[in-house]
Design a binder for this molecule. Sequence first.
Ligand code: FMN
Length: 207
Amino acid sequence: MTTKPEDTTLFDAIYTMRGIRKFKPDPVPDDVLKKVLEAAVQAPNGGNYQRWRFVVVRSAEGKRKVSQLAVKAAGIEAGVQGREGVVRTEFQESLLTVPVIIIVTSLASNMPPAANVGPHGRTFPAVQNLLLAASAYGLGGCITTSFRYADAEVKKALGIPDDVDTTTLVPLGYPTGDAPDGRHGPKTRKPIEEVAFDETWGTPLVL
Ligand SMILES: Cc1cc2nc3c(=O)[nH]c(=O)nc-3n(C[C@H](O)[C@H](O)[C@H](O)COP(=O)(O)O)c2cc1C
């Protein structure tokens, strides 16, 4: 596993980074966490207002609260999707022992609707930077949003003001995947011919 960030090229990170949901218990050093957060805030953002705020949860008590609420959220989500009998909570329960949980939030914006990209648009470029930088340090993480089925309680538990939106929960730690590099195997993505069009909608772009 690569641990020296300078050994990871941008394209390595982009092509190999998977959503990581299983972690070793090894802690994330403070200096690495700082680098990862600093990479996050280099991201582009509307008007450079930098409305992202990150709640970093590392205490056992904080993780317990977040994990419990994530389990509750998974139950609500299953109900909404009509699959009450099959509630998957392995990941949510594992948050108890994930080294770091980052709840990404956005301050409100008063941009007019046409220019308002919403809380996710205001924060996701930073989240992607964070994950790519984490990957360069040999860390893994994952964008997860299902905790938001219990959003009000998560905000209350973490003291997040009512007018601040949560956007994603990112677990962060050293991956313990099945693949030889400790990650979770290769990516599967559609070819660009299927998702990029040449001049007009529906004409595959063949390069
Ligand atoms: C907006 C968004 C929301 C997501 N929400 C969740 C989630 O709630 N739980 C989860 O396990 N993964 C979540 N993911 C991760 C996706 O499942 C993952 O990126 C996708 O399956 C591709 O997997 P890969 O990147 O490992 O190839 C989310 C990803 C995005 C971009």
